[in-house]
Design a protein around this ligand. Sequence first.
Ligand SMILES: [Zn+2]
Length: 477
Amino acid sequence: MKRASLLLALLLALPAAGAAPAKKPVSAAGKAACDLVVVAGAALPMDAAFTVRGATAVAVRGGEILAVGDPAAIDAAFSPKARLERKDGVLLPGLVNTHTHAAMNLLRGISNDQPLMEWLRKFIFPAEAKNVSPAFVKAGTDLACLEMIRGGTTTFADMYYYESDVAASVEKAGLRGVLGETWLDFPAPGHANLEESKKVTRAFLEKWKGHRRITAAVAPHAPYTCSKETLLAAKALADEYGAPLLIHVSETKDEQKQIREKYGTTPAKWLDAIGFLGPRVLAAHGVWLDEGDLALLASRKVAFSHNPESNMKLGSGIAPVALARKAGIVVGLGTDGVAGSNNDLDMLEAMDFAGKLAKVAALDPTALPAADLLRMATIDGARVLGLDRLVGSIEPGKRADLIVIGLGNAHAQPVYDLPSTVVYSSKVDDVSLTVVDGRVLWDGRRVATLDEAKVLATAKEWREKVLKSLGEGAEKR
Ligand SMILES: [Zn+2]
């Protein structure tokens, strides 16, 4: 970029409307070339000052944000290959889902209204043992990516099997992912024992090393499904590659009981005692973390994924989100998988439920206000995944992961307080634009990277196969 246009870009990045030199004439020839300009009627860039902007434009080149400013100033400074306008919408950074199991989209709602341990042992683990293959994982992840792209989620953290196939699907769909190969003490799809888990996961980490949108991770399932040996082997491999470690921690009261009976302490304290905790660990759920656990996680710089809908639907309890944030733990939001614990990947709903759950738990309507919920779904989610230098806010130099949520529908009008409208009124179908790494994945009419009809037809075919595998009784359900 030339010095003059660099200066202009810096000026345009300033949030104050008056700061952009819109009146300065810039000749067409003097305009900087860029790939895309997105214009919206309002914006929540999720910068540190939590700026709430009126009409805003963003210029994008090479997948990165060049400038953010008033539309007239951006139009005067840039000559884009494509210009997309959403005058009735609010521009936000893409939403970050910090915990899910994407391929389980093929099992959406297969078993409901069950306690977690029963649900896992009687339905999920057997259904997975009979069905999960690279083809299953591809079809399920395609379906999840379709749902996420249309719903404004641009980055997600995944824990599943055949994660290299998950990565291939995510790569093609155009999303950003932190994808963890899941380890268990019993045979998992794709690896029957610890040696195989190490081998498969090492190959996965090697294959996706340095990818622009995919971060390969290691995901020992939980302290109650993984022994000390399994957990420490997962940690050693993650340490070798500087990879994230994704794990479920303190999800249910039953887990607390099991771990106390086995090790005489809480799951978090036991994980620390064996040397597992550290800054690359992401603990999902944390419903039953006590104050000592929270202090410990804060001191070890462990990140936390809060999954309000899953915790409500499985009757797991209410995670101590306010206490965790107060202790200095970064908390992101997640949906969890859709097989029975949510049953969708809707991050707008996750914000809404997280807010209302915190308020009713504390009998305090000021608990987790809209601004904090938006932070948890964007910049704090990016922090949780170690990606906040790249995504999570709309600022020059960051990757262009942007969404627009339409505000024109009856359920969103009129707008008095923009953050509250987005959190408490907006619906997933209001998302009218999803851009990841500068590429338009959803323009409000079609998904650019996936054949929607084919993905849905394949999902329906898999339903038949899954029901057949579970036997007569299941087929009649
Ligand atoms: Zn989970």
